[in-house]
Design a protein around this ligand. Structure first.
Ligand SMILES: C[S@@+](CC[C@H](N)C(=O)[O-])C[C@H]1O[C@@H](n2cnc3c(N)ncnc32)[C@H](O)[C@@H]1O
Length: 240
C-alpha cells in the first residue's frame, strides 16, 4: 500500500489516499465527528455571509459538503467553484449536488490548491474546510488564495486544532490515534489513512502559529476562534 508520510505530505500520495477512502469518506466524516462537522461548516457559511458575495471558491472541497452548506446559506444566490485534486471525491460531490436545488450554482473542478487555475481577484471569498492541513506547501496555497480574492474579500478556514483542556486533549488524542483508525477499518475504510489523519491533527500548527502563517501570505486582520473545546478552529483573513 502507498503509505503517506504525514510530515512529507507528498501531493500524489495524499491525492491517492483521499481517492482510496472516497467511498466511505462522507459516512466516516459524519460518524466520527458525531455530526458536528455540519455545525462547523455552517459557521463558515455564516462568516462568509458577513460580506456581499457573488462568487466563492471552496478549495479542497472533497465531496462538496462545504460548497453545499454555502449554497444553502446563500439560498443559491452565489456561484461556487468547488475544487479538489481527487477526481473520485469530486464525482461523489457532483452526484450529491445533482440532488439539491443548487446544481447550476456549484461548479466542480479538479485543481491543486497550490496552483489555482484562475486569474487574479476573481472571488469574493475563499473557503477551505479541513483541507489546509493536508496541503504540502501551505504558504504557497495561502498566497494563491490571496491572489484570486478581490480587494475587501475574505479567506475563511476551518481546520482541526488542539483541545484547550489538557485532560480532554489526552482523551481526545487517545481516541484519535488509538481508536479511530480501528473504527474506520470496521466501517470498511482504510486504517492507515485514519492514522495519517490523527498524526496530521496532533502535529498541526497551533491557532497562533496559523495566524502568523496566514498573515505571511499577505492576509490582513487575521483572527481566529476555537469551537467544541478547541477541537476545531476557524481562522479569518481580509484582503485590503
Ligand atoms: C479532509 S478532506 C476535506 C474535504 C471537505 N472540505 C470537507 O469539509 O469534508 C481534505 C481534502 O483536501 C484535498 N486536498 C488535499 N491537498 C490538496 C491540494 N493540494 N489541492 C487540492 N485538493 C487537496 C483532498 O483530496 C481532500 O478531498
Amino acid at each position: 500500500m502507498n503509505l503517506v508520510d504525514h510530515k512529507e505530505r507528498d501531493t500524489k500520495k495524499v491525492e491517492r489516499m483521499f481517492s482510496r477512502i472516497s467511498s466511505r469518506y462522507d459516512l466516516l466524516n459524519h460518524m466520527l465527528s458525531l455530526g458536528l462537522d455540519f455545525r462547523w461548516r455552517k459557521e463558515i457559511a455564516r462568516e462568509a455571509g458577513r460580506i456581499n458575495c457573488q462568487r466563492i471558491l471552496d478549495v479542497c472541497t472533497g465531496t462538496g459538503d462545504m460548497a453545499i452548506e454555502l449554497s444553502k446559506f446563500w439560498r443559491g444566490k452565489v456561484y461556487i467553484d468547488a475544487i479538489d485534486f481527487s477526481r473520485e471525491l469530486i464525482e461523489i460531490g457532483k452526484k450529491k449536488v445533482e440532488k439539491t436545488n443548487f446544481s447550476d450554482k456549484i461548479n466542480f473542478g479538479k485543481a491543486n490548491a497550490e496552483m489555482l487555475p484562475y486569474q487574479n481577484e476573481q472571488f469574493d471569498a475563499v473557503t477551505v474546510a479541513f483541507g489546509l492541513r493536508n496541503i504540502q506547501d501551505k504558504l504557497k496555497a495561502l498566497k494563491e488564495f490571496y491572489r484570486v480574492t478581490r480587494p475587501n474579500g475574505r479567506f475563511i478556514c476551518l481546520e482541526f486544532s488542539q483541545p484547550v483542556n489538557p485532560l480532554f486533549g489526552k482523551l481526545y488524542f487517545f481516541y484519535l490515534m488509538k481508536i479511530l483508525p480501528y473504527i474506520s477499518r470496521l466501517a470498511g475504510s482504510d486504517l492507515e489513512a485514519y492514522r495519517y489523519l490523527g498524526r496530521t491533527i496532533k502535529e498541526f500548527l497551533s491557532p497562533h502559529e496559523l495566524v502568523d502563517l496566514i498573515r505571511s501570505a499577505g492576509w490582513e486582520n487575521v483572527t481566529y476562534k476555537v469551537m467544541t473545546g478547541g477541537i476545531v478552529a476557524i481562522h479569518k483573513g481580509e484582503k485590503r
